[in-house]
Design a protein around this ligand. Structure first.
Ligand SMILES: Cc1cc2nc3c(=O)[nH]c(=O)nc-3n(C[C@H](O)[C@H](O)[C@H](O)COP(=O)(O)OP(=O)(O)OC[C@H]3O[C@@H](n4cnc5c(N)ncnc54)[C@H](O)[C@@H]3O)c2cc1C
Length: 564
């Protein structure tokens, strides 16, 4: 039931595309990074200055890449692997076939992320989401009954009506079309007018509360609400997000995060890895051909264990093996909870208001289990029904979402047997791989009694539980009702003009600092905020014809809600 299939979204409307432009901070990141004059300049005496970057995920690598191009010397620390949650794990038994353990489908509206992806010769293809045009068929299996659909027209009257109710609710309660039109037009005053009214109205409203109280669902039935939770919109079931802040859900749907998604052939991890490896031609200070890799002799520094404000005013960084260095500027680009778990962080580096926000941040759990299969057999036709023998599957059974990766008839296929969140992910947490696979196969057997999926499996299965890894502690942020103020504090921390000196010079970026967690675009946008803050902190400036997030902050700042 993707919004793309519903006439009320206005997605087919002509004009400029919907992008991740606001609504909280409607700054055109894509224009800033595409501008021929670059992101800014640093005084010549700053060239070669070391800046610590903690975490080599997409946020850390993007910032390091831009800082290097400006003539600074990023020193990247990483405790696990380059790419972080853009983790494409290869199946050992094959060449170039991967399981996307973290991010796997990237909406075209993520224009800052695609700016970096497009620097490299990487192929993307449309992702086979439920009922997406590229998806041969979708099975929706609820309460023991399966429905087979090739297009939205094949949906049952109930499913069609659930989709209608969701769009009515968005339209009636959250000015959906007006906001999308304003985002398309990059009309900042209209975006601000709509959003600044919704923020106080919805800050204390959960996703569930929004739907349950909406006139559109109230005049229908509980069954509609329940089915919506299982089937959701765009990428699949959303009931695991029911406790989340409705503001977060609105940001996702306004900016089409759940629409027109692509995957990267060979794995998305190639994006951060290419940014790390590729020699650069246009750099300040560094000789042509310098890369992040060459500045680091091929590998990042180890993980960070200790952060402190030193007596000389610099920030001391100590790695896991005890190496100490000090910096004028440090970017923390790992999950912020790690500042209270794996990193011993001098409390004076942040205000207590920021600590409150960092600690109250809430992460969602997520597990995925993948198998490689001999070929995309799911496209075989059942001789009795003429239907695909297996389909992209949404179900209330424990697998929740099963996704099929067709890499060509002459290649193995990949099946994400189960992509689950929250309680459904916790059910998997203590279980070994084999048990996870078995449970998923048992569930799918109920839906596809004629398919012997096991017979197609080749190689070893791959599974992940992000909450089980001390380098992450969770999959991504999922803000709760009442968290707007915390999100705002973290997001705006790159503006350091008013901070006391002992809190300046340390910056935050990454998935949990952004407004739309769980989407890599937020990690990229917050890393660009940090770059803007670091340029300013080190005495640099932007070009007058290409102002950055710091320059435009006062004009575009997210609405402040009172604390007292
Ligand atoms: C299951 C899942 C599905 C997702 N699906 C999508 C999707 O389909 N589309 C989409 O756009 N986004 C998706 N995302 C979100 C996307 O993957 C993230 O937003 C993005 O990868 C986060 O990048 P980051 O740099 O902020 O953080 P990370 O990638 O977490 O990078 C932080 C790095 O810091 C390192 N680190 C931790 N502790 C230390 C330390 N002490 N010292 C040094 N380094 C340290 C970590 O090892 C890690 O490499 C998904 C994420 C998950 C987990």
């Amino acid at each position: 039931m993707t919004a793309a299939h519903h006439p009320m979204t206005g997605n087919e409307a002509s004009g400029r595309p919907i992008t991740n432009f606001g609504p909280d901070f409607p700054f055109a990141y894509d224009q800033w990074i595409n501008h021929p004059h670059g992101l800014g300049h640093l005084p010549a005496e700053r060239h070669g200055t070391e800046v610590a970057v903690i975490g080599a995920g997409m946020a850390g690598i993007t910032a390091a890449y831009e800082l290097m191009k400006l003539g600074l010397k990023p020193v990247v620390y990483e405790s696990r692997r380059l790419g972080g949650r853009l983790h494409s794990e290869p199946f050992k038994a094959a060449e170039g076939i991967v399981a996307e353990l973290g991010g796997m489908r990237f909406p075209r509206s993520s224009t800052a992320f695609y700016h970096y992806l497009d620097l490299f010769d990487l192929e993307t293809r449309p992702f086979a989401n439920p009922l997406a045009p590229v998806t041969p068929s979708t099975v929706i299996d609820l309460e023991g009954e399966s429905l087979y659909a090739e297009t939205a027209d094949d949906l049952s009257p109930l499913l069609k009506d659930v989709g209608k109710a969701w769009h009515e609710a968005l339209e009636d309660e959250a000015a959906f079309s007006a906001m999308q039109a304003a985002i398309r037009a990059r009309d900042v005053p209209t975006i601000k007018t709509i959003w600044n009214e919704l923020v106080p109205a919805f800050d204390d409203v959960s996703f569930y509360g929004f739907i349950a109280k909406s006139a559109a669902f109230r005049r229908r039935s509980f069954r509609h609400l329940e089915v919506f939770g299982q089937v959701g919109f765009g990428t699949g079931g959303w009931d695991t997000d029911f406790p989340n802040s409705m503001l977060e859900i609105l940001r996702v749907v306004y900016t089409d995060c759940d629409e027109d998604q692509h995957f990267v052939v060979g794995g998305v991890e190639q994006v951060p890895r290419s940014l790390w490896q590729q020699p650069q031609e246009q750099l300040v200070h560094w000789p042509k051909g310098t890369s992040l890799s060459s500045l680091h002799s091929g590998a990042p520094r180890p993980g960070v264990a200790f952060l402190e404000r030193r007596a000389d005013g610099k920030i001391g960084v100590t790695d896991f093996w005890g190496d100490h260095r000090s910096y004028d500027a440090v970017l923390v680009a790992c999950q912020s909870w790690l500042l209270t778990t794996s990193i011993d962080c001098d409390e004076r580096l942040f205000s207590q208001k920021i600590w409150m926000a960092l600690d109250r941040t809430r992460y969602m759990q997520s597990s995925k289990t993948f198998v490689m299969v001999d070929r995309p057999f799911w496209k075989d036709k059942d001789p009795e029904t003429g239907r695909d023998v297996m389909s992209m599957t949404l179900t209330d059974r424990l697998t929740r979402g099963t996704y099929l990766f067709d890499l060509g008839d002459d290649k193995p296929g990949v099946i994400c047997l189960s992509y689950a969140w929250m309680s459904d992910a916790l059910k998997m947490l203590p279980l070994p791989t084999e048990k996870r696979v078995q449970l998923a196969l048992d569930a799918l057997q109920q839906i596809y009694p004629k398919v012997d999926l096991k017979r197609h499996i080749i190689g070893d299965p791959i599974t992940v539980s992000w909450e089980d890894d001390p380098n992450f502690l969770g999959a991504f942020k999922g803000a709760l009702p009442g968290h707007y103020r915390y999100n705002r504090r973290m997001y705006c921390h790159f503006m350091q003009d008013e901070l006391p000196p002992e809190q300046c010079g340390i910056f935050l970026a990454g998935d949990d600092i952004g407004w739309i967690p769980g989407w890599v675009e937020g990690a990229v946008q917050t890393s660009l905020n940090a770059v803007s803050g670091i340029i300013r902190h080190l005495g640099g400036d932007t070009s007058s014809d290409n102002p950055g997030p710091c320059d435009r902050f006062n004009e575009l700042a997210p609405l402040a809600l009172p604390d007292d």
